[in-house]
Write a protein that binds this ligand. Structure first.
Ligand code: HEM
Length: 498
């Protein structure tokens, strides 16, 4: 009887706590003046339901909130989403202003030792500073020959598939290419996935595992730390793809610490492990997470844009013919080897790549940033310091005011804007912006220009089991997911006439 009484008192106490918390969140919380549904202001369960029970659907709920409440909404008790492209650079500000990551959001990446998961501005700056020279325009340009070598290897492989009239899974092929490029740059050697019969990529499998856990990791953050410490056997049971990659990485980490890539430049791994770095910033978990993060970030994102490119150049004959006609100017024969700089000067190729970047989105997740010491002012709303604020790429790239008929693939929009003196690129945020934006943007551009140019100059395609609907995003699992998972293109290749 006494136990029952205690239980009732405990339940009543909990009920009072929840009621008081609800009243506080609704009427006294520093964000109580921000528009949005009462339910999202009161509880995280709304997001839990729309991201875990209905995996990856919260992004579309945010879209509905904006339709009802306007450009600024409180999407959960402690977070704001702003759908106004002209406010983007305030949220994702450059180095003169401090931007932290949200500690409640970084478990999404399940890589606590990486730069992408560093919460404070200072820790991030330190981690990014170690590697930033590898990704400067000059360093990446020096990498051109080695990237070109791998692109040519893939083209030779495609030539064999063409002669055999095989149906090629282009997304697997591009994933093999991008993971070989970044692994070699990072660790000093690659897995040679391009030569694998099925373009098998353990990086791709690991990324798929990570995507499946992305929202769960955030709601159950201790899982991330528990997973990091799992024995290889247990990890292999829960996340076979990630376990396999970690297994490979161990050997690569050892190799990368000793070997230099070009003879004059150290590998990224060796640089991360250098004795000048404080010991706790170069332990095994830190090296493993950073390397995994670099390889995963450099693989699926780039491969996704290349896959989209292969589809859009085939889906519209006019696009393909315009692209091929322009490419012939710098690639008079199928064996021509234009430089990156020469390709960048081609207006239609550049416009085509921008349009692929727009509709591939990169990351659809909302990527919150925190201004720790600064109040942000959005119209009449003051956002207090310490508030996580975000603006999803998905909404900016689909903004019909900036990109009329946003669902239509139309490279000409970039050329027309340039002719009118409009800076449309300001609204292309596939790589995010500011201090925490993509470090790999130059490398991604190099890969996109070289691969698309050589592929489009040499091959035409007949699509199989692939249509426009396969490129519509139906879920946000950090990466945008379609009805059949990632972007997939199946095609039979044929040769372009000299
Ligand atoms: C088309 C290809 C790519 C796209 C769309 C893309 C997109 C992005 C985005 C949106 C972010 C911000 C993530 C966040 O805020 O949490 C990011 C960060 C990052 N990206 Fe990329 N990326 C691409 C290619 C690459 C490549 C080739 C690399 C090479 C290693 C790379 C490495 C990274 C790293 C390390 C970060 C974390 C940067 C930081 O926290 O300072 N990315 N990328």
């Amino acid at each position: 009887m006494e136990d029952m009484l205690r239980l009732w008192i405990a339940l009543a106490g909990f009920g009072v706590y929840l009621s008081l918390r609800t009243v506080y969140r609704l009427y006294f919380h520093p964000l109580s003046h921000i528009p949005g549904p009462k339910l999202t202001a009161c509880t995280h369960l709304y997001e839990f339901y729309h991201n875990i029970i209905r995996p990856g659907m919260f992004l579309f709920e945010i879209e509905k909130m904006h339709q009802q409440y306007g450009p600024i909404v409180r999407i959960n008790p402690r977070e704001i989403h702003i759908c106004d492209p002209d406010f983007y650079d305030e949220i994702y500000a450059s180095s003169s202003r401090r931007r932290d990551k949200d500690p409640k959001y970084v478990p999404t990446y399940a890589l606590p030792g990486s730069m992408v998961a560093a919460v404070s501005h200072e820790q991030h700056r330190f981690r990014r500073g170690i590697l930033k020279d590898f990704f400067s325009r000059r360093s990446v340009a020096e990498l051109s020959d080695s990237v070109n070598e791998r692109v040519q290897k893939l083209m030779t492989r495609f030539e064999v598939e063409r002669m055999n009239q095989t149906i090629v899974s282009l997304d697997d092929a591009f994933s093999a290419l991008s993971s070989d490029i970044i692994t070699a740059y990072c660790c000093g050697k690659d897995w040679d996935f391009i030569e694998d019969e099925n373009f098998r990529s353990d990086v791709r499998n690991a990324a798929e595992n990570a995507i499946a856990f992305t929202h769960i990791s955030r709601f159950v953050p201790w899982l991330v730390y528990a997973m990091s410490a799992l024995s290889p056997k247990t990890m292999a049971f829960i996340m076979p793809g990630k376990a396999k990659l970690f297994e490979f990485l161990e050997a690569f980490l050892e190799y990368g610490k000793m070997e230099s890539y070009t003879g004059k430049r150290k590998t990224m791994v060796a640089t991360l492990a250098d004795e000048s770095i404080p010991a706790k910033e170069r332990d095994y978990y830190r090296l493993r997470d950073e390397t995994f993060g670099l390889i995963a970030a450099g693989t699926e994102t780039t491969a996704k844009v290349l896959t989209a490119a292969s589809f859009y150049m085939t889906n519209d004959r006019r696009v393909r013919e315009t692209l091929q006609a322009e490419l012939k100017q710098v690639m008079p024969t199928l064996d021509s080897r234009p430089t990156w700089a020469e390709l960048e000067k081609l207006p239609y190729l550049s416009a085509f790549i921008n349009e692929c970047l727009r509709l591939a989105y990169g990351i659809t997740a909302r990527l919150p940033r925190v201004a720790p010491t600064e109040s942000l002012q959005y119209k009449e709303y003051t956002i207090p310091p310490g508030t996580p604020v975000s603006s999803s790429t998905y909404f900016i790239h689909n903004n019909a005011y900036i990109f009329p008929e946003p669902d239509t693939f139309r490279p000409e929009r970039w050329i027309e804007a340039a002719e009118k003196g409009e800076n449309l690129k300001k609204y292309l945020v596939t790589f995010n912006r500011g201090t925490r934006g993509c470090i790999g943007i130059n490398l991604a551009h190099l890969e996109l220009f070289l691969t698309i140019a050589h592929f489009a100059r040499r091959f035409n395609m007949e699509l199989h089991n692939t249509e426009l609907e396969d490129f519509r995003i139906v879920r946000d699992m950090t990466m945008g997911v379609t009805r059949r998972g990632g972007f997939k293109v199946y095609a039979r290749l044929s040769r372009v006439d000299e």
